[in-house]
Design a protein around this ligand. Structure first.
Ligand code: AMP
Ligand code: ZN
Length: 113
């Protein structure tokens, strides 16, 4: 389902440009437009799901596909495969785009949370 006011749905539908790093039938990985690390990708399910709290039991395959995309992306890194995965859920947690996504951050030494 495409939500006409959702920037990630527009990217998935190829109605907005993005740098696609990897894609399969369930998820797409793109470069973040405002990177916070030397490597900053977004892992986005193709289904419009608002946030983690909105996931249903039958979305388990999508959640797994997001994590497995991180596995794939980490193996494409030239050096260390270390990466930080971040999911902001809810405005108070810093979520700005209300289509579920996971930040994939790498390419520099990062602090523990
Ligand atoms: P969040 O704060 O977790 O909702 O993160 C949303 C992320 O989406 C931010 O890091 C933005 O830089 C990124 N973003 C927003 N619009 C685009 C876009 N058109 N292409 C790529 N990344 C985007
Ligand atoms: Zn969407």
């Amino acid at each position: 389902m495409e939500f006409s006011d959702c920037v990630f749905c527009k990217i998935i539908a190829k109605k907005l440009p993005a740098t696609v790093i990897a894609e399969n039938d369930q998820v797409i990985a793109i470069k973040d437009i405002a990177p916070k690390a030397p490597v900053h990708y977004l892992i986005i399910p193709k289904k419009h799901i608002v946030d983690v709290q909105s996931l249903q039991p039958n979305d388990a395959g999508i959640a797994a596909a997001m994590v497995l995309m991180a596995t794939h992306l980490s193996k494409t890194l030239p050096g260390s495969q270390a990466c930080k995965l971040v999911m902001n859920n809810g405005a108070d947690a810093g979520q700005v785009v209300f289509h579920l996504h996971c930040h994939f951050l790498s390419g520099k030494k990062m602090d523990a949370l």
